[in-house]
Structures are given as structure tokens and as C-alpha cells.
Design a protein around this ligand. Structure first.
Ligand code: MBD
Ligand code: FE
Length: 302
């Protein structure tokens, strides 16, 4: 099956453009690109023209997710497969593809109404060296693993699972976390390449489409300096440094100017071939600032 190969780009709506310019470059280390129409500005993480398109929008939320397929034939067969499964999908116009800096594009919605795009042939600026917004020891891990992972809102996890399986992702429930109220949280994680997960859902009701975007540094020292900047500047931290049981990444979660989270990561392992499930992270990830949708007992109390 020729499914999607990676999470390629995101569009986000933000109310405070200046705060985002500053945060994304000086704290996160992304490159600001302000060169063309289609969005207010763009954020670059590698050789691609952009990985995040920033639009002015009071929602302060995800506007669309872009999933990549290999080429025009795969886009065509994906459209057919979706239609045969009864999913409403539309081939976007050339103008719409231009806006996204791709050569071909489908537009649809996932079962929770999250605007979803499937595209091929992103614009890659091979002639422009990546210039991080703050000095980095290493780089952002992207390439065949896509830009990172997203935790998004779903009303019906089983329905979401079926939809994203249709797109070509695989996975299942990977944690069973006993909650203080006697219920058990059962988050789902799905992948389509060596990144352990590109998408997760099933964390309960949420005020926004997006809970967090994970980005991964190749150098531990870059993660550490991002942590210093977040701490020195008093940015809210939702989950403290810790190591996940599923992807083994060392991560922490901090608020961005839109008040959803960035998960900053280093050291993830690739996806396994067989499903496992866990009842606790390896260490850390203590809850700090509440109300960001990850007030979960991720680590068993000892
Ligand atoms: C993740 O990336 C994550 O965000 C959570 C909550 C659990 C495991 C891996
Ligand atoms: Fe995550």
C-alpha cells in the first residue's frame, strides 16, 4: 500500500505574530522566511522552503496538517482509496497548490474535522543553506521522519484510527495510565516512517485541535540550551524533562505564544515492528503548569 510517507508541514493561526517571530527563532532556533505570499511568514527547519506556515488568525490553533506522498501517481491512488472508503476529498486547484509550495494537493477533513492535506513535491530550497534563528550545535531531525509529531484532538479514537490507517499510518494504544478518578487513559500513537509516532490522540477532551508539536534536535546540547532559554525567560512548562517509554526520547513540554505546547526532544529511537504498551514513562515528565491537556500521571509514583 502506497500511503503517506511523513508529516510534511503544518499551517497554524496565531494572534501575536511578533511574539511568534521571536519565540520560533530566538528560543526554538527555527529560521524566519518572509519571502512570498501564501502566509504571514514561514518557519524553516531544513532545506524545505518551510515546515510551518504562520497565518494571522485569532484561533491560536492548528489550521491544517500536510501529509506527504511520493508523487502524482500516489496522490491519484490516495484520492481513489479515500473516495472508495466514503471520505469526502477534493483535488485542490493549481493556485491552492502554489500557496502551499507543492505541485499537487488533496484537501479533506479527518473524523474530528481537522483540516487535512495530502501533497507531493514540496519546494526544496537546495540552494539556500539552513540558517538557524539562534546558533545550534546540530540540526533539526527531519528528512524521512518528517518535521516531528502532533497530538491532535479526536472525539472518537476508533474512528480516527480507521481514518489514519486509510492514509497509511499504523500503530495502536501504547499506554494505559490509571487516572486518579479511577478511569484509565489510553492514548493512541501512529507512524508511517522511522519516527516512532507522527500522530497521537486519545488524551481526552481538548479546547484546541492541537495539543503539541514535537520537534527533535540532533544535539543534546541544543535541547539543553532551549531548556535554559525557556527557564530563564519564565516560559510556562507543562511537563518537566523526562524520557518516554515508547520513543525513548528525552523531552520537555513548554507553552508557545498561542498557549499550546511545543515538545522539545532529543535522542528518540525508531519505531518498532511490533506493538508494545506501557504503564509509565521511564523517568521524569512531572506535571508542572496545569491546563495544557497533558495533566497525566505519565510516570508511576515510586
Ligand atoms: C509522547 O510524545 C507524548 O507526547 C506522550 C504524552 C507520551 C508518549 C510520547
Ligand atoms: Fe509527544
Amino acid at each position: 500500500m502506497n500511503g503517506v510517507t511523513e508529516l510534511g508541514y503544518l499551517g497554524i493561526g496565531v494572534s501575536d505574530l511578533d511574539a511568534w517571530r521571536r519565540y520560533a527563532t530566538q528560543i526554538v532556533g527555527m529560521q524566519l522566511v518572509d519571502d512570498s505570499a501564501g502566509a504571514e511568514f514561514y518557519l524553516r527547519m531544513d532545506q524545505w522552503h518551510h515546515r510551518i506556515a504562520v497565518h494571522k488568525d485569532s484561533s491560536d490553533d492548528l489550521l491544517y496538517m500536510g501529509w506527504r506522498v511520493a508523487g502524482p501517481e500516489e496522490l491519484y491512488s490516495m484520492k481513489k482509496r479515500l473516495e472508495e472508503a466514503g471520505v469526502k476529498v477534493r483535488r485542490a486547484s493549481d493556485e491552492e497548490a502554489d500557496e502551499r509550495k507543492v505541485l499537487g494537493l488533496l484537501k479533506l477533513e479527518d473524523p474530528a474535522g481537522n483540516p487535512t492535506e495530502i501533497f507531493f513535491a514540496p519546494r526544496v530550497d537546495a540552494h539556500l543553506p539552513f540558517h538557524p534563528g539562534r546558533p545550534l550545535f546540530g540540526k533539526f531531525i527531519t528528512g524521512d521522519q518528517g518535521l516531528g509529531h502532533c497530538i491532535i484532538r479526536q472525539m472518537d479514537a476508533e474512528k480516527a484510527y480507521e481514518f489514519y490507517r486509510l492514509l497509511g499510518l499504523t500503530g495502536y494504544v501504547e499506554y494505559r495510565l490509571p487516572l486518579p478518578n479511577g478511569m484509565v487513559a489510553q492514548p493512541w500513537f501512529m507512524h508511517c516512517n522511522p519516527r516512532q509516532h507522527s500522530l497521537a490522540f486519545g488524551f481526552g477532551p481538548a479546547p484546541k485541535r492541537i495539543n503539541h508539536l514535537l520537534i527533535e534536535y540532533s544535539s543534546l546540547d541544543d535541547l539543553g540550551q532551549t531548556h535554559d532559554l525557556i527557564r530563564d525567560q519564565g516560559v510556562e512548562v507543562a511537563l518537566q524533562l523526562g524520557k518516554h517509554a515508547n520513543d525513548h526520547a528525552l523531552t520537555f513540554y513548554a507553552a508557545n505564544p498561542s498557549k499550546w505546547l511545543f515538545e522539545f526532544a532529543w535522542g528518540a529511537r525508531p519505531a518498532l515492528n511490533q506493538q508494545e504498551h506501557y504503564v509509565s514513562d521511564i523517568f521524569g515528565h512531572g506535571n508542572e503548569s496545569a491546563g495544557f491537556g497533558v495533566d497525566l500521571p505519565l510516570r508511576e509514583r515510586r
